[in-house]
Unconditional design. Structure first.
Length: 427
């Protein structure tokens, strides 16, 4: 890849992986050209750059010296964006799977490929007149690149995600947050997320063989374990939070926001040199203890976090504003229960520690991307304002529409009016 000025300056990245979606970005800041693959910087060089003075931008092809299209691209392209400012590595990661606002600062063009027509629409409204012309009838199809609030279904047999070792995933202090739904495997160890080895080092979140949740850290000679007081409920989304605070030597396990396990005695040895596993744990050097069920939205921090801290990240989380985030696997990629065979990686939107998706069918409703926890805030709303309008023909049994009703605790609150628009109320 390169910039034109009496030739091209090339930047060589890793080998192209066929039949796999790959995010590619190129930036230039006036001096340095940088190539990013899947949100990570892979090459850079100093170069002079002369902007293209008169030739059209082309997607899926290049051109020869006579401006005849050549070098046609054989494959799929999606979400092409042009900016008039240099994007940082963190900015690229954070927006990999996001739909951007048409007025996003410095966004010149955003081609989503969402309409099957001869006009390729520029969704950005910052610059007018940048729609494209589609030629030679390429095939438009539903994209598996971005689909919000997803999770991943694990078959409990051999499905798992593996992330290459990185010292940043083995900090001295750690907080792990995730949502998990167990669908089976009673009486066995089922790992949600793990970075432990057979030398009693590392950490792991388990659905344990006593059918309680457990958070383990190694001591170098054994394991420190905190166990939930409440039993695992099958087929229920549950929020898990494991915390280790080195300054107080405190190990904590929160289940759905409640502190259910706590330990202040014992040593710690949470640093390992092996890969991080999601949906599995190390078993004598190989992945094992496979998780049967669904996992979504895993976050790692390099500092102890309270549940209040963590719950504030359930909605509209922006890793760019969080200095202590290490990794964020939101699972917000793929098409739920549809064909996702071209997705070979699970993306980390914070640190760029992307993982390999291993053994998944990536089609159908099992062993595939699925709709994740539909209510990550824990169910319901708090302090919401809303207007209600009764449609014509509504005939309430009480003869009037006059109360809010909370069906879970049978509380009610009187409101004004009997029909039509009602005043704003608080839930």
């Amino acid at each position: 890849m390169g910039w034109y000025r009496r030739g091209f300056q090339e930047l060589n990245g890793p080998a192209v992986e066929l039949n796999s979606w790959t995010h590619v970005a190129l930036s230039y800041d006036g001096t340095n050209m940088r190539l990013y693959i899947d949100g990570n910087l892979v090459a850079n060089t100093n170069v002079s750059y002369a902007p293209n003075p008169d030739q059209p931008a082309r997607i899926g092809t290049g051109h020869d010296s006579g401006n005849t299209p050549i070098f046609y691209f054989p494959g799929d392209i999606d979400e092409v964006r042009f900016w008039n400012a240099t994007r940082t590595e963190k900015q690229l990661r954070a927006n990999l799977f996001k739909d951007l606002s048409p007025t996003e600062t410095n966004l010149v063009a955003d081609y989503k490929f969402d309409t099957n027509s001869k006009t390729l629409i520029n969704s950005s409204t910052n610059v007018a007149g940048l729609n494209g012309t589609v030629r030679n009838s390429p095939n438009f199809f539903p994209s598996s690149i971005a689909n919000p609030i997803n999770g991943l279904h694990f078959d409990g047999i051999n499905d798992h995600v593996s992330v290459p070792y990185n010292a940043n995933l083995n900090p001295t202090d750690i907080t792990i947050s995730t949502w998990a739904k167990v669908t089976g495997g009673a009486g066995s160890f089922r790992a949600v997320v793990s970075n432990k080895n057979s030398s009693f080092q590392g950490y792991v979140l388990y659905a344990a063989n006593n059918d309680r949740w457990q958070f383990w850290i190694g001591t170098g000679s054994g394991w420190r374990i905190v166990t939930s007081t409440s039993p695992i409920i099958l087929n229920k989304w549950t929020h898990l939070q494991g915390v280790y605070n080195s300054s107080t030597n405190t190990l904590e396990l929160y289940v759905d926001g409640a502190l259910e396990g706590n330990s202040t005695s014992g040593g710690n040895s949470i640093k390992t040199s092996i890969e991080l596993l999601i949906g599995a744990s190390d078993n004598s050097g190989n992945p094992g203890f496979f998780f049967p069920g669904e996992i979504a939205d895993i976050k790692f921090w390099n500092t102890p976090k309270t549940y209040a801290d963590v719950s504030s990240t359930f909605q509209n989380y922006d890793p760019l504003t969080d200095p202590n985030i290490i990794a964020h696997y939101s699972f917000d990629q793929g098409l739920s229960a549809q064909s996702n065979g071209f997705l070979k990686k699970l993306y980390d939107f914070a640190g760029g520690y992307n993982g390999a998706i291993n053994n998944f069918a990536l089609t159908g409703s099992a062993s595939n991307f699925i709709v994740g926890n539909p209510s990550p805030a824990g169910g319901g709303v708090s302090g919401a304002d809303l207007w209600l309008k009764a449609d014509a023909g509504v005939s309430p049994s009480t003869g009037s529409l006059s109360t809010w009703a909370d069906q879970t605790t049978n509380h009610s609150t009187t409101i004004g009016g009997a029909s039509g628009y009602f005043p704003t109320g608080k839930l």
